[in-house]
Design a protein around this ligand. Structure first.
Ligand SMILES: Nc1ncnc2c1ncn2[C@@H]1O[C@H](COP(=O)(O)OP(=O)(O)OP(=O)(O)O)[C@@H](O)[C@H]1O
Length: 229
């Protein structure tokens, strides 16, 4: 994926950009940066949820095909007012997969939601809901998943479970693009880091290099926990 001169505006105000970014291979790209720097807007515009102002976003295939092979997981899971089973099988039913129900049961087993298949998704705990949202994103075997602060509202146990699912997905070749405020999570999961500041990709580096020796004073300050404005 290559983003060139990407901007997003809302009522004339620049929310993002101009931003240039190339993600070369399936890996875990962690997007970090201060509040309001544009992390969410970046994920949204790449996935087509925010309207592109100027610039272009090129995928290795056409944009429609690329986006059909992507999923987006939000901080607060957006679930159907239906059972866990129906939520899980929904993306497969949409594409007419005859094995939708069997695959949904398999995934429920994998993520520990098998005993809750018949329950309303909205009756689950926050951690269970996020596991469900993630399993529903993974069930179609997407090429790329965007995750916007997926564990920000969760406790340590639920966070660990979500991170294990993300590591599994990554090991199976799914690319992940994850915005997080959690420095520990970034260190645990990132192959590379995009540090966003004032709507631009201020730094983009392999994770070990970024954490050991960030290039800019702003990234150094951010990693130290200083306030970066
Ligand atoms: N719908 C909107 N209308 C107007 N301004 C918006 C809207 N969404 C985001 N913004 C503004 O765009 C800028 C980028 O916001 P964005 O949510 O992408 O940042 P972020 O890095 O994800 O922030 P946070 O870490 O606080 O979630 C901010 O200045 C924000 O106030």
């Amino acid at each position: 994926m290559t983003a060139t001169g990407v901007t997003v505006r809302k009522r004339g105000k620049a929310l993002l950009g101009p931003l240039d970014l190339t993600i070369a291979k399936p890996q875990t790209t962690v997007v970090m940066g201060p509040n309001g720097s544009g992390k969410t807007t970046l994920l949204r515009v790449l996935h087509g949820l925010a309207r592109l102002g100027e610039g272009r976003i090129d995928w290795t295939c056409d944009a429609r095909t690329a986006r059909a092979a992507q999923a987006f997981v939000f901080q607060r899971p957006i679930l159907l007012r239906r059972s866990v089973l129906e939520n899980l099988s929904y993306p497969l039913h949409i594409i007419g997969d005859p094995e939708a129900t069997r695959k949904a049961r398999d995934w429920a087993e994998r993520v520990g939601l098998a005993p809750m298949l018949g329950r309303s998704a909205l009756s689950l705990s926050g951690g269970e809901q996020q596991k469900l949202a993630l399993a529903r994103a993974l069930i179609t075997d997407p090429a790329l998943i965007f995750l916007d602060e997926p564990t920000a509202a969760l406790d340590g146990h639920a966070t660990r479970e979500i991170e294990a699912l993300l590591s599994d997905a990554r090991a199976r070749g799914t690319a992940l693009m994850l915005a997080t405020h959690d420095l520990g999570q970034a260190r645990r999961l990132a192959d590379e880091v995009v540090f966003v500041l004032h709507g631009r990709a201020h730094e983009h580096a392999p994770a070990p290099a970024f954490f050991a020796q960030p290039a800019s004073p702003e990234a150094r300050a951010f990693l130290k926990g200083d306030i970066v404005a």
